[in-house]
Ligand binder design. Structure first.
Ligand code: NDP
Ligand code: 8X3
Length: 250
């Protein structure tokens, strides 16, 4: 039974991936800050699968190293790392952007991903095997108006995905990114700080991707034969051509 560690498992893409991986017989380490949601998920999944929950903020590097370093024996051998935790905070022009939003995006989406990777990679090197999936974004391929710092954080994920693949080459570890386009999750609720009307409008008038669609793709990527590494995969709703060209019916 393979073991997958998923960050950001309390919602959206991470949660859907946890459900899909559980259905496919993975042992799971599920991470996030909202403990009640992690407990609920464990209760739902642990009937069939061994599930361990880790509650930490990816910004807190001491906690990241302590929690991942202190995993029980049964969960220490991590085969798949899904670096998914992340969000956008705000959608403002650079000249009026909120500095706390900038800190949050860079600290969570970039530094948090680095801390978790740093905690997991040594075990993968030791056994000369592992698979790291970095969740990037179309925002990491193309900058859009007012996306500035969020896009920068996802361009950084793209660079780190490439850098990890180079540095881990020859060590038996596969590294690849999945870059989703518009996917209906809690992402826009977080971006617009709980303004759910504004959040809903992002996905109105077309069929956005569902978190399950991305989970399905992640599962496809990690189940390819060992000699195949899907290095960089971008997926958009059919109605989306790029970050700003979206056909809506309304
Ligand atoms: P959600 O808001 O639904 O989920 C975000 C997840 O990240 C939650 O589980 C949240 O858990 C976790 N998270 C956020 N901040 C922290 C933190 N400081 N420490 C630990 N965990 C944290 O959004 P999505 O599922 O859409 O987002 C998942 C990933 O997909 C992100 O990296 C996002 O950038 C990316 N993405 C999303 C797209 C979309 O359109 N939705 C498109 C392209 C990429 P908790 O709050 O419990 O800590
Ligand atoms: C999330 C997709 O277009 O809202 O990364 O930035 S977008």
């Amino acid at each position: 039974m393979k073991t997958a560690l998923i960050t950001g498992a309390t919602s959206g893409i991470g949660r859907a991936t946890a459900l899909r991986f559980a259905a496919e017989g993975f042992k799971l380490i599920l991470c996030g800050r909202r403990t009640a949601r992690l407990e609920d998920l464990k209760q739902k999944l642990a009937v069939e699968n061994p599930v361990h929950i880790l509650n930490f903020d990816v910004r807190n590097k001491d906690e990241v190293f302590k929690k991942i370093g202190g995993l029980p024996e049964q969960f220490r051998d991590i085969d798949v790392l899904i670096n998914n935790a992340g969000n956008a905070h705000g959608l403002d022009p650079i000249q009026s952007g909120n500095v706390d939003d900038w800190d949050a995006m860079l600290d969570i989406n970039v530094k948090g991903l680095l801390y978790v990777s740093k905690a997991v990679i040594p075990g993968m090197i030791e056994k000369a095997s592992g698979h790291i999936i970095n969740i990037g974004s179309t925002a990491g391929k193309e900058v859009y108006p007012n996306g500035n710092v969020y896009c920068a954080s996802k361009y950084a994920v793209d660079a780190l995905n490439q850098g990890m693949r180079i540095d881990l080459n020859g060590k038996g570890i596969r590294v690849g990114a999945v870059n989703p386009g518009l996917t209906q999750t809690e992402f826009s609720d977080v971006r617009f700080k709980g303004d759910s009307d504004k959040a809903k409008k992002v996905y109105q008038g077309f069929m956005a991707l569902k978190p399950e669609d991305i989970a399905d793709i992640i599962h496809f990527v990690v189940t390819r034969p060992y000699h195949i590494n899907i290095a960089d995969l971008t997926v958009m709703p059919t109605a989306q051509a790029n970050s700003t060209t979206i056909s809506r019916n309304n």
